[in-house]
Design a protein around this ligand. Sequence first.
Ligand code: AMP
Ligand code: ZN
Length: 514
Amino acid sequence: MTRLTSCRSRQLYRGGLTLAPASRKGALMTDTPPLMLFNSLTRSLEPFRPLHAGEARVYTCGPTVYAYQHIGNMRAYVFADTLGRTLSVHGYKLSHVINITDVGHLTSDADAGDDKMEKAAAAAGKTAWDIAAYYQADFESDLARLNIRKPQHPRATDYVPQMIEWARSIEAKHCYRLDSGLYFDTATVPDYGRLARASTDGGESRIDPVPGKRNPVDFAIWRTTPAGETRQMEWDSPWGRGAPGWHLECSVMSAALLGHPFDIHTGGIDHREVHHPCEIAQNQAHGDCDHSGAGIWMHNNFLIDRRGKMSKSSGEFLRLQTLVDRGFHPLAYRLMCLSAHYRSELEFSWEGLLAAQTRLKRMVMAHAKSLDQLREPPAQIPGDCWEREGVTRALVERFVSAVSNDLNTADALTVLDELLALKRTAPECVVTAAHEMDRVLGLNLGRLSRTDLRVRPKSATIDAEAIEARLAERREARVAKDFARSDTLRDELIAAGVEVMDGDPLGWDWRVDI
Ligand code: AMP
Ligand code: ZN
């Protein structure tokens, strides 16, 4: 095995690193605790130290746009967005990239099977380019509905010349050719698979049936189109006409847009096993050093349901739109994600989602109550809130400590609940502290209203206006002591799937069965 030496860029990690200057920090950061993040590479919590003073550069592996994203995929982006927001309130200027994989991803991450894009295009009778554009647009709309701040979205197909250039630069020392393309020899870099903590002989699932590979875990850098075949997406290269291997795009796009090394690389936990070790190997080879390319590697755990991990290959999966059709607000799903730690599995259930929506509604109502007491919402936390309202200060500090502790959003949410439940605290201090907390949580507390959070399934046979009209009529009947009429109206509503909620402590008048 070739031992690579330390590279120039490694020096950036040693000494002289400072946190963002206090003047850049957001209003929340009165007394900033260090931001501690779990690095999958070392399997330990580490303080975040920017490689460029005052900046945070983050790369998130994005979707393969051959199908709709499921809500498990979206958990990965809610996590990355929460990380980005936390870095922002810590005062760092954030550069965040989520790439769009529109070429090169095979049906197995371990480098085997068909090209996902070409397969989806053939099944739909469309071009691979149309398929990519359609699902990219759908993905972007889901990001917006989940209040995920707009990152940069480079498309893999726009970086193919840079990928060919990268492959040429590592070919002589690190690659070998087979009829099917150019392969990376994982034995040429130190410690392949250290991120996965896997031995280099790989597991059964890692064995790619390509004949001629030197090691089972070697992977394709370039896939040459077999003689006599044509792909919809293919380019000329020194290794014949073909397409890049999937892992190459993330090395190339992160280097092009963020520079290597950059601060934080994120993805779902499945990427810790195959995709990210391959990216690291490519980065080591390209930098001619044993640096992984990013300071910290972070991975979110899976969203699961009763059948296990939610996945596209399992056939049936839930999209954000499915939740909306069942009457839920997308931000209820965001809150559901935030209520578990990103490194824990999260089990999806409709009951859990309903509970999240109810919790969000409570928050919105409490926030609106404080807001109603003010003539004008203050633009900033009034400077004297901290002195006047010690309780607000203590809660904000607890909130900051929670999110700075490896993004403990579950604890942070309970602090927000406590803030909104305060009864005798100046409303301007409550509102502005809630606003600051929401810069991290992204729940849009100030913009949502109670009625936005009414569960309203698409399949309901009666609309909100008609329900409100019947309820008004029922109230009149009750005032007139016409209880027979009141009962009839109630029964009619029940028959239409509407539950009438007299005296509900949360202020719901009605609810439609989901
Ligand atoms: P893909 O489009 O399959 O490359 O996946 C996009 C992102 O979603 C990747 O970061 C995956 O690791 C992540 N992901 C896939 N399935 C799940 C799941 N069930 N829960 C959480 N993240 C997931
Ligand atoms: Zn990637």
